[in-house]
Design a protein around this ligand. Structure first.
Ligand SMILES: Nc1nc2c(ncn2[C@@H]2O[C@H](COP(=O)(O)OP(=O)(O)OP(=O)(O)O)[C@@H](O)[C@H]2O)c(=O)[nH]1
Ligand SMILES: [Mg+2]
Length: 150
């Protein structure tokens, strides 16, 4: 299959971005997409979410992993945003694991995840790895995502 056929089948390239609060994910995505704009956000039903409603929830540090973020100038990439393995963040990482597992079972290529980016802040103030991260990375090269979190 040549790359244009693959592209046609995938539709949009779907990337899950995982990182701690303020790790700089949004900034990285803006750089990758070569824009300074904020992404447009759509819920899982494909409805656009009012930015003012969203602003209130993101200021409280909430991200809905099911939401799709798309930069207007780069509609071929769709991002999902999630917290990583933070202390006290059990339910967030459970949601992330459930999301990865359910997307790996999607029957259409278009709805599956095509890449996962894990952001680790490299400044000295932050600890390098959390216990949850060490566990996650020691498992995920050996086990298929669909089996990993069952
Ligand atoms: N020093 C430094 N600051 C950065 C870097 N990347 C982003 N920032 C700043 O860190 C802050 C958070 O960046 P965001 O890109 O919003 O981080 P985020 O992980 O998307 O944040 P949340 O979605 O709120 O968790 C902003 O004030 C950025 O300007 C970096 O590489 N170095
Ligand atoms: Mg962000």
């Amino acid at each position: 299959m040549d790359s244009s056929k693959i592209k046609e089948k995938i539709g949009r390239f779907r990337i899950l971005v995982i990182g701690r609060a303020n790790a700089g994910e949004t900034t990285i995505l803006q750089r990758v997409c070569n824009t300074r704009e904020n992404p447009e956000i759509y819920n899982s039903a494909g409805e656009k979410i009012d930015p003012t409603v969203l602003m209130a929830s993101t200021e409280r540090g909430e991200h809905d992993i099911e939401n799709e973020m798309v930069f207007r100038n780069n509609p071929g990439l769709v991002f999902h945003d999630s917290r990583g393995f933070e202390a006290g963040g059990e339910s967030e990482s459970d949601k992330m694991k459930a999301f990865i597992a359910s997307r790996s079972k999607e029957s259409t290529l278009k709805n599956q995840l095509h890449a996962i980016w894990y952001c680790i802040p490299m400044d000295e103030a932050s600890r390098s790895f959390t216990e949850g991260e060490i566990k996650f990375f020691s498992q995920c090269d050996r086990i298929q995502p669909s089996l990993m979190f069952d």
